[in-house]
Design a binder for this molecule. Structure first.
Ligand code: NAG
Ligand code: NAG
Ligand code: NAG
Ligand code: NAG
Length: 230
């Protein structure tokens, strides 16, 4: 009786794990479905997606370089989607190419592209101009109704005041077109990287880890008791 009980438990745990694994693999990117239709294949973005053997999902080109991680959006084609506002594109922060052309977008904040460090090509309605300004791109081209910005520049690698803005003990790191962040050097942390020493990992995760162990022991003891009484 007891062994059978444990068999059921093992099967149950297996099923749970399979479900968890399946849900991790499932791509459910709402952004890709925000606009009708699919990624056009005759554009520069479409050709790029084909050349890297990307997976087309709605308006996105996806790729999964590391099978243990979630898929990444590498291309986003929102061309001709009648978009008036573009605010949250964070699901596409790994994008290399984005097309927002042929949309009645009135204005676009630079902060939309925060963290888009791999973005290397963006096609926009001509009235908007390149995110981060022309100086953030290697090549800017206005063609009819759209403006093409290619080759994102690394603002940290510009001789000028920009890279000098990071406080002492910190390093400048790119953070999207025209954007950068200062990250503390090894061994420094806190406000303006003024505190020295290892980050107190044990202090932060200590109580959590202890309570997890406590709950596990409690569960184990109660389960054993249940198993014995069966
Ligand atoms: C592009 O898409 C069209 C329509 O979906 C399809 O008929 C055509 O074969 C595609 N071309 C390429 C090069 O994939
Ligand atoms: C865009 O324009 C609207 C209307 O003029 C304004 O309310 C909004 O703050 C603007 N957004 C940005 C990011 O400039
Ligand atoms: C950026 O460059 C384009 C193309 O050279 C030009 O038409 C546009 O006026 C420039 N924008 C600014 C703000 O300088
Ligand atoms: C900075 O940019 C210059 C020219 O664009 C390049 O030659 C150099 O290797 C870059 N340096 C770094 C550290 O990326």
């Amino acid at each position: 009786m007891t062994t059978r009980y444990w068999h059921y438990r093992a099967v149950f745990i297996l099923i749970i794990n399979v479900c968890l694994y399946a849900s991790c693999q499932h791509t459910d990117l709402q952004l890709c479905q925000r606009c009708n239709g699919t990624l056009q294949n005759a554009t520069a973005l479409g050709r790029f997606c084909t050349s890297v053997e990307g997976l087309v999902d709605g308006r996105c080109c996806l790729r999964n370089d590391n099978p243990s991680e979630a898929v990444n959006v590498i291309g986003l084609d929102f061309s001709n989607c009648n978009l008036k506002h573009v605010d949250d594109l964070q699901e596409a922060s790994t994008a290399i190419m984005i097309d927002l052309s042929l949309n009645p977008i009135f204005n676009l904040s630079d902060s939309v592209f925060q963290g888009f460090i791999q973005l290397n090509y963006i096609n926009l309605p001509a009235n908007l101009g390149c995110p981060g300004g022309n100086a953030s791109w290697e090549k800017v081209e206005v063609k009819g109704d759209s403006c093409l910005c290619e080759g994102q520049k690394n603002v940290c690698n510009q001789t000028g005041q920009m890279s000098l803005n990071c406080p002492e003990n910190s390093l400048c790191a790119p953070y999207g077109p025209g954007l950068f962040e200062c990250s503390c050097e090894h061994n420094f942390h806190g406000y303006k990287c003024l505190r020295e020493g290892e980050f107190p990992l044990v202090l932060v995760f200590g109580p959590l880890a202890a309570s997890t162990v406590g709950v596990s022991i409690l569960l184990w003891v109660t389960q054993r008791r249940k198993a014995k009484s069966v």
